[in-house]
Design a binder for this molecule. Structure first.
Ligand SMILES: CC(=O)SCCNC(=O)CCNC(=O)[C@H](O)C(C)(C)COP(=O)(O)OP(=O)(O)OC[C@H]1O[C@@H](n2cnc3c(N)ncnc32)[C@H](O)[C@@H]1OP(=O)(O)O
Ligand SMILES: O=C([O-])CC(=O)C(=O)O
Length: 374
């Protein structure tokens, strides 16, 4: 006999707590970061300004921004232990495993690791945010057989990320589209990876443990791993002309098309129009109209056959390809951006903590005796 009145598989539709960090509104198809539309931030703000907003609740004053930028630029040089850990991992592992390991090593070497005061948590968040580009860039370069490129303290966060990855200061189109994508990826309420971070924090574990767990949750293709899967889909399809046959066969096998659908948005992801505009700029910049044709054919084909709209991973996946990133680096870029949201939620959870421990309905065998002689 059931003990629970209702079961919500996947916690679908369940409101488990309050948050002041972001609002995902499927009715108005909007996303607010601390009240500000994410789309406006993505076109007008820097990622450093968004970091301050998510952590502190307000956009920074010029002095606050200067302090954050200075701290970030000092912290962006990879600690030796992290560099050694990245270089020790086989290039056969997924780059998300490298991110997860790097965060774990960073935490293990941090004297403030067990200090959960707000001051220490902010300092750890600033360091994590500053360090992740170096991890992602170093890993892509070593997989390409290239020497690391040292961080530069004279560049913005986004410029330095691209500099460390490609060894050139990016042009304006690439820089602006990349920074927009980071801002759009930075935060999205109680998604699976953020919820994971909050569950871990709710046991009073440390910030690096929570972020490490969140990276594991983001890796899966139903969540952050979808941006990488989108590019693998384009590779498999090959051209716009192949889309109808590929799509019919995929849907007939009841397989998911990656980069489409969302647990909360049912009429399209609020972030897609801004990311699509950024993608259009990149297509003009690179001349890869063939890829955009395939993109549009798949989008229209899904709309016609299922009514399901793309999520952020769809335009972002193709955009990262056009920027020159390796496909397996796409989800690590998502990590670097989402570190902002995760750490904001870790601090919010800690400030008003309740252990997260739901119930389950038991459906196994009834009580029975252990056999004699066991
Ligand atoms: C940044 C992000 O993390 S955004 C999400 C990224 N993930 C992806 O792009 C992976 C592909 N998408 C999906 O798997 C889903 O849309 C999810 C997991 C994101 C959300 O799914 P849920 O809310 O749990 O809905 P669910 O998976 O039950 O889908 C409902 C129906 O739509 C179908 N559907 C949903 N998404 C897709 C898709 N991408 N391709 C084909 N069919 C789909 C399901 O098959 C299901 O059909 P059914 O009722 O006939 O069985
Ligand atoms: O909200 C979700 O479930 C997934 C998502 O779009 C995100 O984390 O950005």
């Amino acid at each position: 006999m059931s003990q629970t009145s209702e079961i919500h598989r996947g916690l679908a539709g369940v409101v488990v707590d309050v948050t002041a960090i972001s609002k995902v509104d499927p009715e108005s198809n909007s996303l607010l970061y601390r009240g500000y539309p994410a789309q406006q931030l993505a076109t007008h703000a820097t990622v450093e300004e968004v970091a301050h907003l998510l952590w502190h609740g307000e956009l920074p004053s010029p002095d606050q921004l200067a302090v954050l930028i200075a701290e970030g630029r000092t912290a962006r040089f990879l600690p030796d232990a992290v560099r050694a850990a990245v270089e020790a991992l086989p290039v056969t592992c997924h780059p998300m495993d490298v991110c997860r390991t790097a965060v774990s090593v960073l935490g293990a070497n941090d004297p403030r690791a067990e200090d959960s005061s707000r001051e220490a948590e902010i300092a750890k968040a600033v360091q994590l945010f500053a360090v992740m580009p170096g991890v992602v860039a170093l890993d892509q370069r070593r997989r390409r057989g290239l020497e690391p490129v040292e961080a530069r303290a004279d560049l913005s966060y986004a410029e330095n990320f691209l500099w460390m990855t490609f060894g050139v200061v990016p042009d304006d189109v690439v820089l602006r589209t990349f920074e927009s994508s980071l801002i759009l990826y930075a935060e999205h309420s109680f998604n699976a990876s953020t919820f994971t971070a909050r569950v871990i924090t709710s046991t009073l574990a440390d910030l690096h443990s929570a972020v490490t767990g969140a990276i594991g949750a983001l890796k899966g293709p139903l969540h952050g791993g979808a941006n990488e899967a989108v590019m693998r889909t384009f590779d498999a399809i090959g051209s716009a002309a192949n889309v109808p046959a590929w799509l019919d066969a995929t849907l007939a096998r009841k397989e998911k098309v990656m980069g489409f659908g969302h647990r909360v948005y049912k009429r399209g992801d609020s972030r897609v129009p801004t990311m699509r505009a950024a993608l259009d700029d990149l297509v003009e910049h690179t001349g890869r109209h063939d890829l955009l044709e395939m993109y549009e054919a798949l989008e229209q084909g899904m709309r016609d056959r299922t009514g399901i709209e793309p999520n952020l991973d769809y335009p972002a996946g193709l955009a990262y390809h056009l920027m020159g990133f390796d496909t397996s680096t796409f989800t690590p870029i998502f990590v670097a951006a989402r570190v902002l949201g995760w750490t904001a939620h870790i601090m919010e959870q800690r400030a008003a903590n309740a252990l997260i421990r739901p119930l389950s309905e038991y459906v196994g065998p009834p009580q029975r005796e252990v056999p004699e002689g066991l």
